[in-house]
Design a protein around this ligand. Structure first.
Ligand SMILES: Nc1nc2c(ncn2[C@@H]2O[C@H](COP(=O)(O)OP(=O)(O)OP(=O)(O)O)[C@@H](O)[C@H]2O)c(=O)[nH]1
Length: 315
């Protein structure tokens, strides 16, 4: 990949309560509908939702799902891990359903508004505890009077946890380009994290890698230490509507190869079959899946090893 001094790339964590408009915003920033998100909080610190390009800046939009998960019994470890994900991002964007929040504050709350306000408080507390600032994205401004919006922005800004405030409508696109440009500026200088030709189908590639990895560990977890990973190398759309996916399973040591391959390839065949079935189910079409196993000692130490597999620092 050519590397220019003006290249920037980094992670923006998109956090916010259910229904705040995160998916709508991500779709808007990425420029297409990104509907596939895997749910693997335990194994990936970041869930990549999509990648937005603005000028020479690559913004990898990530999810930290655990931040809002614990309604029931609070699993502290998971919440902590989720916040760690947000903290590790270069920028945190907190998406707030502004009309719901304003109604909540005015005492005109519907039950779901009260919940949303709760969530905002929780994020403010979390940011304070983490000593991090976030960008506040007040969303759904198409449904709100301007004076109410300004009053709300003022109130939330006074919490001291926001570095700046953007007023947006993810639905209509109002204000979202300004936010995108700001995120682009805030990305650290450095080479792109994902090759440009993989950005379009990145969520699908990540999903496919995750599915195969899951099947791999389900099948061989007793014999294989937790140090294998899966990358989607190529993703080829076929004329008949099917897709050909080529993946590589990366192992740390030659010793692990026979475990994954099995007698006459029996184990890898089984892993491939299960992964293919699940992928066909999730993608809703025929999948041709090809797996290869390679040994690359020490790949885990190479921090620069960003690949389509999902940036799993912890594996
Ligand atoms: N009027 C209006 N509606 C919006 C806007 N942004 C999102 N919505 C709507 O709000 C609802 C929730 O949006 P999502 O993008 O699914 O919200 P989310 O935060 O991803 O929700 P979860 O996936 O449940 O966490 C959808 O019905 C959207 O169409 C906006 O700017 N204006």
């Amino acid at each position: 990949m050519p590397m220019n001094a003006d290249m920037r790339a980094g992670f923006a964590a998109i956090i916010g309560a259910p229904n705040a408009g995160k998916s709508t915003l991500v779709n808007r920033l990425v420029g297409r509908k990104v509907s596939i998100v895997t749910h693997k909080v335990q194994t990936t610190r970041f869930q990549v939702r999509g990648v937005a390009m603005r000028g020479r800046s690559q913004i990898v939009l990530v999810d930290t799902p655990g931040v809002f998960a614990p309604r029931r019994r609070l699993d502290r470890a998971m919440v902590a891990a989720a916040w760690a994900g947000a903290e590790d991002a270069d920028v945190i964007v907190h998406v707030v359903d502004a009309p719901a929040e304003a109604r909540g504050r005015a005492g005109r709350a519907k039950p779901q508004d009260a919940r949303a306000a709760d969530d905002v408080e929780r994020v403010v507390d979390g940011l304070r505890a983490a000593n991090r600032k976030a960008i506040l994205a007040l969303n759904k401004i198409d449904q709100m009077k301007r004076e109410d919006l300004l009053a709300l922005a003022q109130k939330l800004f006074e919490t001291g946890v926001y570095s700046e405030v953007f007023m947006i409508s993810a639905e209509t696109g109002d204000g979202t380009e300004k936010l995108a440009e700001r995120l682009a500026e805030l990305m650290p200088q450095g080479p792109f994290l994902y090759p440009e030709d993989q950005i379009a189908d990145l969520p699908e590639r990540l999903l496919a890698a995750e599915v195969t990895r899951e099947k791999l560990f389900l099948r061989v977890h007793e014999e294989l230490p937790y140090n294998a990973t899966v990358e989607t190398e190529t993703w080829q759309e076929k004329k008949d509507g099917s897709v050909r996916i080529d993946q590589v399973i990366l192992l740390e040591s030659e010793r692990h190869k026979p475990i994954v391959v099995g007698k006459a390839g029996s184990v890898i065949k089984e892993i491939g079959q299960r992964a293919r079935e699940e992928l066909e189910d999730q993608l809703g079409r025929k999948v041709h899946l090809f797996l290869r196993v390679i040994v690359r000692p020490g790949w885990q130490e190479r921090r620069g090893h960003y690949t389509p597999l999902g940036l799993d620092f912890e594996a």
